[in-house]
Design a protein around this ligand. Sequence first.
Ligand SMILES: [Zn+2]
Length: 163
Amino acid sequence: MKCPFCHKDNDKVIDSRSSDAGRTIRRRRLCLSCNRRFTTHERVVDGYRLFVIKKDKGRVPFDRDKIIAGLQKACVKRPVSAEQIQQIADRIEEAIFRSYDKEVPSSVIGELVMKYLRAIDKIAYIRFASVYKDFKNPTELIDEVTRTLQQAEPVEQLRLFEQ
Ligand SMILES: [Zn+2]
């Protein structure tokens, strides 16, 4: 498996877990070239697919890459590593597959992305929220910023990246 950080194909599996009621196998891999860890997901190909229901009621296949793209966009020039972005995407994906079987509202995904961004980087969170929440005027944005700054750090933040 090609390492997402150094792009070498030289890794070993350090942990395998079945999730999503056995339909997905999650493997934690260690890149032997750069020593970083990454996660791969193997899925049964035929039949099973999770769909995202968008605000306009459109239905699109769930796509982890879209979550990563959204996270990357929010984290441009912020001190959030590619590895942390992968970890957040893992957490979001696991949370979704644990609770949703066939369809998941896009709002659930948006809320999860905001939850993790808020925990890791408030600027990235505000960026994402300002697009996602579609603030109608600067006051709404300022209110959100104020609320975010007043919020106590979620306990989860402390444990998020310890694994
Ligand atoms: Zn590597």
